[in-house]
Design a protein around this ligand. Structure first.
Ligand code: UDX
Length: 441
C-alpha cells in the first residue's frame, strides 16, 4: 500500500519504518528540513534501540522516502497517517494547532477519492470531527475521503518490539471499507485488532495511559506508607501482582512517572472532563501524588543531613526511564532543580541524555563524562533512572568513592542485604532505610 505519514517525530518515524519493513511503500513528511536531510541519510534524530539499522535497511530497499513537500507526500497516498505533536497548553489541554495545519495542507492536496486519513496523534475525543471540517474546507474538488482513529501504544525504548508484538491494534473508522483496509495494512504485524467507533478509539488511548499512571501513583502511595510502617514494597507489589485481576505490571514503586505521554495525557483528560463539567478527582490526585513523588528523595536527603546547603550531590540518570534520551517530565530534572534551589553543587551523568539535559539545565550543573564523575567525592548520590550500567555497580565501590556515602535510590536498584554489608547509608522507595549508626548526623 502507498502510505504517507505526516510528522517524523517519535511515533511517525517508528510507525513509518515498521510499515516499510513489512513491504508497504512509505513516504514520511516533516516540515523541518534539517530533520528530513538527516533521515534521508539514514540518521535517526532520536535514540531508540534498533531504529536506525531498520531505517537504513528501508532506504536501501527503496521502501521509504522523506520529504517536506505536501504535494509529493499526499497525491498518491491510499492512507495518510497524522502523527504530529499535540503538546500541552498552559492549562493542560491539548494544543491542536499542528493537527489543524496538517489537516488543512492535506485537504489542499487531496486529488483522488477514497484516501483514508488516520489520526495516530493522541487527540481529545471529538477531534476527528474537527479534522474532517479542516480538510473539507480546503478541498479543491468533490473528493471523498474516510477518517479513522488508530492510537499508538508504543513505549519509548521498546517501540520496535511493541509495534511487532503489541497487545492490540485499535481501529475506529467511519466506514467498514476503511476499517477493513486499515486491518489489512496492519496484518503483517500479527497483533489482535479491535474495531470501535472513532470516539471510543480516541478514548481508549487516554483511558489506558490514565489507568497506567493511576497504577503507578497507587503503588507509590503504598510504598510511602510501607516506609513508615515497615513493610517492603517489592514483596507487597509481588503479592498484589500474583492476583490475575491486578496483574504484575506497572507496580514498580519509584520516583514517579515522566515522559512525553503520561503527564500530558493525564492532564489533557482532566481538562477534557472539565470541559463537560465533570471533575475527574481520581486523576487529579494521581497527578498530585506524582508531583510529590518526583522530589521525595530530596526530602529524604534533607531529613538525613539536616540542611543540604553547601553540599555536593551526584545524580545518576537523567532520562525519564532507561533506553531513551528523552528527559521530558523526568523526575531527575525536578530533583536537580530542587537541589540547586537548596544550594547544592550538582554533578549529573547519563549514558545518552546529557545533550538533552544540557539544553534544559545549561551551566547550572557539572556534567560527568563517566558515571564515576558523579560519585567521586560527593556527599550524596541520587539514582533517578535504572540504567543497566548503574545496576551492575556495587554499593561497596560507591562507598569507597564517596566522601559521606549516602545513597538515595529512586529506582530500588540495590538489595537491602547488599546495603547492610557496606558503609553506605541507603535510602530507597517503599523499603526500610539502611542507616549505619556511626554515621547518623
Ligand atoms: C507510555 C505507555 O506505556 C505507552 O503505551 C504510550 O504509548 C506512551 O506512554 P512510555 O512513556 O514510553 O510509554 O513509558 P513507560 O514504559 O510506560 O513508562 C512511563 C513512566 O512510568 C516512566 O517514567 C517509568 O519509569 C514509570 N513507571 C513505569 C514506573 O514508575 N513504574 C512502573 O511500574 C512502570
Amino acid at each position: 500500500m502507498n502510505i504517507t505519514i505526516i510528522g517524523a517525530g517519535y511515533v511517525g518515524l517508528v510507525t513509518g519504518v515498521c510499515l516499510a519493513s513489512v513491504n508497504h511503500d512509505v513516504i514520511v513528511l516533516d516540515i523541518h528540513e534539517k530533520k528530513v536531510d538527516l533521515l534521508k541519510q539514514g540518521i535517526s534524530p532520536i535514540y531508540e534501540p534498533g531504529l536506525e539499522p531498520l531505517l537504513k535497511q528501508q532506504l536501501q530497499d527503496h521502501k521509504m522516502t522523506f520529504t517536506t513537500d505536501y504535494h509529493e507526500a499526499c497525491n498518491q497516498a491510499e492512507i495518510i497517517i497524522l502523527a504530529v505533536g499535540t503538546p500541552s497548553k498552559q492549562d493542560g489541554s491539548s494544543d491542536l494547532s499542528f493537527i489543524k495545519s496538517a489537516a488543512e495542507e492535506i485537504g489542499a492536496q487531496l486529488m483522488k477519492n477514497g484516501t483514508i486519513i488516520v489520526t495516530k496523534s493522541t487527540v481529545p475525543v471529538g477531534t476527528n470531527k474537527k479534522i474532517k471540517g479542516w480538510i473539507q474546507n480546503r478541498l479543491s474538488g468533490p473528493y471523498h475521503f474516510s477518517l479513522a482513529s488508530n492510537p499508538e501504544f508504543l513505549r519509548e525504548g521498546s517501540a520496535i518490539h511493541d509495534t511487532f508484538d503489541g497487545d492490540r491494534i485499535v481501529i475506529g473508522a467511519d466506514s467498514q471499507a476503511a476499517a477493513a483496509k486499515l486491518e489489512e495494512m496492519h496484518r503483517p504485524f500479527n497483533v489482535p485488532v479491535l474495531h470501535t467507533s472513532i470516539e471510543s478509539a480516541e478514548m481508549i488511548k487516554y483511558a489506558s495511559n490514565a489507568f497506567l499512571a493511576t497504577k503507578i501513583s497507587f503503588i507509590n502511595e503504598i510504598a510511602n506508607i510501607c516506609e513508615k510502617l515497615g513493610g517492603n514494597i517489592e514483596d507487597v507489589a509481588h503479592g498484589m501482582g500474583m492476583d490475575s485481576r491486578i496483574g504484575p505490571h506497572f507496580l514498580q514503586a519509584g520516583i514517579g512517572y515522566g515522559g512525553s505521554c503520561f503527564p500530558k495525557d493525564t492532564n489533557a483528560l482532566v481538562q477534557l472532563a472539565g470541559d463537560i463539567d465533570h471533575k475527574f478527582e481520581l486523576l487529579e490526585s494521581v497527578i498530585k501524588v506524582n508531583a510529590k513523588q518526583q522530589v521525595s528523595l530530596v526530602n529524604k536527603a534533607r531529613e538525613h543531613f539536616g540542611s543540604l546547603s553547601g553540599k555536593k550531590a551526584g545524580v545518576l540518570g537523567l532520562s525519564f526511564k532507561p533506553n531513551t534520551d528523552d528527559i521530558r517530565e523526568a523526575a531527575s530534572i525536578e530533583i536537580v532543580k530542587q537541589l540547586l534551589a537548596e544550594g547544592v553543587a550538582v554533578t549529573v551523568y547519563d549514558p545518552v541524555a546529557i545533550d538533552n539535559a544540557r539544553s534544559v539545565l545549561g551551566e547550572s550543573v557539572s556534567y560527568g563524562e563517566h558515571l564515576f564523575d558523579s560519585i567521586e567525592d560527593q556527599d550524596m548520590l541520587f539514582i533517578a533512572t535504572e540504567w543497566e550500567e548503574f545496576k551492575v555497580l556495587r554499593l561497596k565501590t560507591i562507598a569507597k568513592l564517596m566522601k559521606n556515602p549516602a545513597v538515595f535510590d529512586g529506582r530500588n536498584c540495590f538489595s537491602l542485604e547488599e546495603a547492610k554489608e557496606t558503609t553506605v547509608d541507603y535510602y530507597s522507595v517503599g523499603r526500610p532505610a539502611v542507616i549505619k549508626s556511626s554515621s547518623l548526623i
